[in-house]
Every structure is written in structure tokens, then in C-alpha cells.
Design a protein around this ligand. Structure first.
Ligand SMILES: NC(=O)c1ccc[n+]([C@@H]2O[C@H](COP(=O)([O-])OP(=O)(O)OC[C@H]3O[C@@H](n4cnc5c(N)ncnc54)[C@H](O)[C@@H]3O)[C@@H](O)[C@H]2O)c1
Ligand SMILES: [Zn+2]
Length: 313
């Protein structure tokens, strides 16, 4: 039986290992075998490793739900790939046909590994719309999620955006996107808002951190009629403390955004529009790793000295 390398997570032992496993076989007429080119590691994967996000609770599972690659065999069921069934942190991955999207010719596999995170943002965009040019927007968190939100907002013409992030290395990386957005730490944001409360009051606050303190700070800086977008995934037991009176007084709308129902096509269109102006791995701080470097990839991502880690096969 032909084998391949795969980075697998053991639910019982709570660790990752590089295993030799059989290359999956196409048995179902609706399955497609993909030779993986890139597979991303995202914040949700880190939540899975920390036991803060549900995944398949038996045996070892290959993680990786952000995948680009080439079709090698079609046979052509939905469980989330890389969360409840084996995913793309491997040389090959078996996907149901309905989750395979053909890339337009001008898109690269390097850009396409960002399709999954962008498909979530495309859904967030739909839920949050209308986002009107000129509205003041606060983005909380400058990981890859905050960075991709910044790219999409800039593409759509938004210029009055403040990005808050405690990790100054990440703020520096965000500057490289040349959006001219104001970059501040949460501490600076607090001071600036005390000095100039009128300017530092926001129509839209988009949390891309999953951090309780960030959401509370964002909420405290909202304009009347404002929208709070809960995009970050907080650990399920965490609670925010906000004043119902302020929700009433300011007529605040709170919206949640959960992954990407049917928005992959929109994500591919977004990638085509964003193009190399925004989506080069270098400009976005995306670093490629070998499968065997999985520990280094996770550690570097956790340190926050890069925006995102991807496996390049
Ligand atoms: N809703 C969805 O569909 C969806 C999709 C993808 C990711 N996510 C979630 O979005 C979040 C971000 O993803 P990521 O990959 O960029 O993660 P990440 O951990 O790399 O980035 C989060 C950033 O938030 C920053 N942060 C922490 N405390 C903060 C504070 N008080 N104020 C401002 N920033 C603060 C961190 O320093 C970090 O840089 C995660 O929780 C992830 O699970 C949600
Ligand atoms: Zn993800």
C-alpha cells in the first residue's frame, strides 16, 4: 500500500506527530483525491491543539482545513475536512467533490491556500453589510485574520480604519500592507481615546482576536448605532462583561460570524480582485514549512513573529 507523510493530532494524547499513513483511496463516487500543494495552520487549529475547539474525538486525525493542490483522481459526503475527518496537513487529502473548487487560471496555489480564511471573511462581509465607506472601523487583532479583513476593507474603499494589536511585531507586519491604517496597541488605543474621544469612537468594531479584553475595549469605544462583529473564536467558557444599558442607549447591533457556508466562490472572486497587490505570502507574513517542521511551524505561529504558517509540500 502506498504511504504518505501526515501531521496528525491524537485526541487522547493531545499531541502532534508526523506519521506514515496510507494514501487515501477514492472509493466513493463523489470523492476527489487532491495532491496537496499548500495547507495552512490557522488560529482555529491552535484552539484545537489547546482543547478549546471541538474536533473528532477518536484516534489520530490529520488536521488542515485550508488547502490548495491539484486533483489526481476523481471518484466522485459533509464533515469538516481537517476537523472531523482527515485534512490537508499531508501529501494527499480526500475531499468530497462539493468541497473542491476549480481555480481560475490566473490564481496561484500560493494564493489559493488563503481561500478558506477568505471564504469566512466573505461570509462575515455578507452578514455585516452594509459597511459604508467613511464609517470608522476598529479591527481588533492583527493575526492573519485581522490582516485579511484589512485587505478586504481596503480593497472595498475603506480608509478610516484603526487596527489594535498588542504584538508590535505584528503591527509592523500589518504596516507592510501599505493601507495607511492607524496601527496601535490596546494601551495606545486607550490613551488616544482618552485624549480624543470623538475621533476614537467607532461605527463598526470587528473582533479578530477572540480575546475578552479586546471585545470589551472595542465595545466601550462604539458610536451610537454601531455594529459589533464577533468574528474571533473565544474559548467557549469565556464571558464578556458589557452594559445592557449601553446596548440600549446606543442601539448597538451585535453579530456573530461562523465560518463559510457557501462562500468559496465569493472567496475565489475576492482573491482575483485582491491579487498580488495584497496577497503575496511575503507581504502578508505567511511562512512556508515542511511537514517535518510542524513543531517549529506551530511554535513560530504561537510566538506571533509571523502572521501565518503554511505547509508547502
Ligand atoms: N468567524 C470565523 O469564521 C473565523 C474564521 C477564521 C478564524 N477565526 C478566528 O479569528 C481569530 C483570529 O484568527 P488568527 O488566525 O488571526 O489568530 P491569531 O491568534 O494569530 O491572531 C489573534 C491576534 O489577536 C491579538 N490580540 C490578543 N489580545 C488582544 C487585544 N486585547 N486587543 C487586540 N488584539 C489582541 C493577538 O496578539 C493576535 O495577534 C481566532 O480566534 C480564530 O479562531 C474565526
Ligand atoms: Zn481556519
Amino acid at each position: 500500500m502506498a504511504t504518505m507523510e501526515a501531521v496528525q493530532f491524537s485526541f487522547t494524547e493531545r499531541n502532534l506527530a508526523l506519521n506514515k499513513v496510507p494514501i487515501p483511496e477514492v472509493r466513493n463516487p463523489l470523492d476527489v483525491l487532491i495532491k496537496v500543494a499548500y495547507a495552512g495552520i490557522c488560529g482555529t487549529d491552535l484552539h484545537i491543539l489547546a482543547g478549546e475547539y471541538p474536533c473528532r474525538q477518536m484516534g489520530a486525525i490529520t488536521l488542515g482545513h485550508e488547502i490548495s493542490g491539484t486533483v489526481v483522481e476523481v471518484g466522485c459526503g459533509t464533515n469538516t475536512i481537517g476537523i472531523f475527518k482527515d485534512g490537508g496537513w499531508a501529501q494527499y487529502v480526500l475531499c468530497p467533490e462539493e468541497q473542491v473548487h476549480k481555480l481560475p487560471q490566473n490564481l496561484t496555489l500560493e494564493q489559493a491556500v488563503l481561500a478558506e480564511p477568505l471564504s469566512c471573511i466573505a461570509h462575515g462581509w455578507d452578514i455585516t453589510s452594509p459597511l459604508i465607506v467613511g464609517e470608522k472601523i476598529l479591527l481588533l487583532g492583527a493575526g492573519i485574520t485581522g490582516a485579511l479583513w484589512a485587505c478586504v476593507l481596503h480593497l472595498q474603499g475603506h480608509r478610516t480604519v484603526v487596527v489594535s494589536e498588542p504584538n508590535t511585531t505584528r503591527l509592523e507586519m500589518m504596516r507592510k500592507l501599505n493601507t495607511n491604517y492607524k496601527m496601535v496597541t490596546p494601551e495606545q488605543l486607550k490613551k488616544n481615546a482618552q485624549k480624543d474621544p470623538e475621533w476614537y469612537s467607532f461605527d463598526v468594531v470587528i473582533d479578530c482576536s477572540g480575546d475578552v479584553g479586546a471585545i470589551e475595549q472595542g465595545f466601550s469605544l462604539m458610536n451610537s448605532g454601531g455594529k459589533l462583529v464577533v468574528y474571533g473564536v473565544a474559548p467557549p467558557a469565556n464571558k464578556i462583561s458589557i452594559s445592557p444599558y449601553d446596548i440600549f442607549r446606543k442601539e448597538i447591533t451585535i453579530v456573530g460570524v461562523r465560518t463559510n457556508p457557501y462562500t468559496f466562490k465569493k472567496a475565489l472572486d475576492l482573491i482575483a480582485s485582491l491579487g498580488s497587490r495584497y496577497l503575496s505570502h511575503t507581504a502578508l507574513g505567511v511562512k512556508p514549512f515542511l511537514l517535518s517542521e510542524y513543531q517549529e511551524a506551530i511554535d513560530t505561529l504561537k510566538k506571533g513573529t509571523i502572521m501565518k504558517a503554511v505547509f508547502r509540500m
